[in-house]
Write a protein that binds this ligand. Sequence first.
Ligand SMILES: Nc1nc2c(c(=O)[nH]1)N[C@H]1C(S)=C(S)[C@@H](COP(=O)(O)O)O[C@H]1N2
Ligand SMILES: [Mo]
Length: 205
Amino acid sequence: MRLVSRGFRGKRVPGQAGRLPPGQYETRDFPVLSAGPTPRTPLAQWDFTLRDLDGRAARWSWSEFQMLPRVTRTADIHCVTKWSKFDTRWEGVSIDTLVGEAETQGIVPAPYVMAVCDGGYTTNVPLADLVDAKAMIAFIYEGSPLDPEHGGPARLLVPHLYFWKSAKWVRELRFMDQDEAGFWESYGYHIYGDPWREQRYTGDP
Ligand SMILES: Nc1nc2c(c(=O)[nH]1)N[C@H]1C(S)=C(S)[C@@H](COP(=O)(O)O)O[C@H]1N2
Ligand SMILES: [Mo]
């Protein structure tokens, strides 16, 4: 009995119960999952755009982007290939800040967003899932500039949805009046992707 109970204790960390969404396992690694080669855009050519339905754009160069207020956040991330990683620490610019700044420039938000990346990857997220401190454009991971393999110089971080929504090398958020499928969503992945409801594939509840 003692061995069994010791083994049981070894696998269970107090306070971690309920942190793992259904069907997921915990990993300490940080796997790299990319649908294509890692783009390498020099920072001097990097900019970030928020575009509304009329095509009006708010744009920040890398140095302008660096001057925006920053947020830090520790979050658990959940990949649809079933790994989850706890307590990842990120720093970046909150989407609230970007939308707020864009609105002062006359950009009109819309209820859906397509994230568009260097290399052509796209993913769709409702605006409501990006605001109220739910998401950021992250460029620092665990205190260091984000590795290119993990989306550096900057990636979208939306940790409450499956990690494919956290678009690496993101360059633009484009407002849409209706939800549209991005890259993986058009190949059969769920249009929304809530890990707690296990929305992995099209047709999952
Ligand atoms: N631009 C871009 N973003 C992307 C991907 C990609 O292929 N291209 N893969 C997505 C998927 S499926 C996952 S699980 C995560 C993986 O991020 P990581 O490589 O930092 O672990 O990035 C997401 N963002
Ligand atoms: Mo993924």
